[in-house]
Design a binder for this molecule. Structure first.
Ligand SMILES: NC(=O)c1ccc[n+]([C@@H]2O[C@H](COP(=O)([O-])OP(=O)(O)OC[C@H]3O[C@@H](n4cnc5c(N)ncnc54)[C@H](O)[C@@H]3O)[C@@H](O)[C@H]2O)c1
Length: 324
């Protein structure tokens, strides 16, 4: 067997490849979810190594799609934020699906944020009405929330009317608001969770899986779609009083730090009612929705999302530099 070199893509290579552009990332996620629906993209259950404090963990997400099998490896420690470091870092190992050879290692921290944002933006496209501008509430002003807002704006430039941001760390909220204003978005800092949630049609939760749930049904008055990137913010009643529950994978239901999984386990929500985004992409929910119905979208981060985007970056690099 002729040895082929193991390609290494740095963060700069990934950026240069163009896969972080919202339209590219959304297109790759759309195709990945369709491949999942067709049964040709598959994830195996993730494996978590927990190390002490809440949120300090390493997670391996194996998946296979097209001619690739791979694993996303992500290390996170919320403590990093106190030292001005990113909370999480990720890389992806890509192997040939047929013969098992390792083909590329891809620095994937920015891929993780881009794929999360792209799947969240697809949820907005499929689950919210994109006919009229809406206001966005953000709780947790980190990397994921910024990427989400950026992607929705890139996809639908005239759709986001205002963005209201709450973060426990005031400077993080102020930083996100400033960044959004620089992009021409009408953004304001909220003084409380309620202010960032109540009456905003679309709410994004991007805090920390370690939190005690704090978003109550009363806070969710007027909210049409909750995009839960962090999965443990809603109280069980906030989940139970919603009208529809959508996710990207049923692995969510086995996850301890998931509000929806808890509501299912307690019997408040029947597991049969949990819908998959890939099915609704074919049969959208955004048409005739009952007045006042609230959808909770739990964004379960599948390995195939990162692997698909990392593989796209690798293929683009090889196409441009002929390294395959
Ligand atoms: N679903 C997915 O696929 C996926 C992908 C990436 C990240 N995540 C999760 O999303 C969350 C956010 O990720 P990130 O990379 O943007 O994190 P980040 O650390 O960059 O930002 C999180 C922000 O939330 C704030 N925060 C924490 N608790 C809060 C609370 N109770 N109220 C208000 N603000 C609060 C922090 O101060 C911080 O600014 C994490 O829990 C992460 O595990 C999920």
């Amino acid at each position: 067997m002729q040895a082929s070199p193991l390609a290494v893509l740095t963060a700069a290579d990934v950026r240069t490849s163009g896969v972080l552009n919202p339209d590219v990332a959304v297109d790759v996620m759309r195709r990945t979810l369709a491949a999942k629906r067709a049964g040709v993209a598959v994830d195996s259950p993730l494996s978590t190594l927990t190390l002490g404090e809440p949120g300090h963990r390493f997670v391996a997400h194996p998946a296979s799609l097209e001619d690739i099998a791979g694993v996303k490896w992500i290390g996170a420690n919320p403590e990093n934020l106190r030292h001005g470091q990113p909370r999480a870092s990720a890389s992806v190992l890509l192997s040939d699906r047929q013969d098992g050879r390792s083909r590329a290692v891809v620095e994937a921290t920015s891929i993780s944020a881009a794929r999360t944002a792209a799947v969240g933006a697809l949820a907005v496209e499929v689950l919210a009405s994109t006919a009229a501008p809406f206001s966005v509430g953000v709780v947790g002003a980190g990397v994921s929330s910024l990427a989400f807002v950026d992607t929705v704006i890139a996809l639908y430039p005239d759709l986001v009317r205002t963005v209201t941001v709450f973060d426990l760390a005031e400077e993080a909220g102020a930083r996100l608001v400033e960044t959004l204003r620089e992009r021409g978005v009408a953004a304001t800092v909220a003084g409380s969770v309620e202010e960032a949630v109540t009456a905003h049609e679309v709410v994004v939760l991007g805090t920390s899986d370690a939190v005690t749930p704090y978003v109550t049904p009363a806070m969710l008055e007027g909210v049409r779609l909750v995009v839960a990137i962090s999965l443990n913010d809603l109280t069980e009643t906030a989940v139970a009083t919603s009208g529809r529950w959508v996710t990207t994978d049923r692995q969510l239901l086995a996850y301890d730090l998931s509000s929806t999984a808890r509501a299912v386990r307690s019997g408040a929500v029947s597991p049969d009612r949990i819908e998959l985004l890939e099915d609704l992409m074919v049969d959208p929910a955004s048409g005739d929705r009952p007045e006042g119905e609230r959808i909770v979208f739990d964004l379960w981060g599948l390995g195939m999302f990162d692997i698909a985007l990392a593989a796209a970056a690798w293929r683009r690099q090889e196409r441009d530099h002929g390294q395959r």
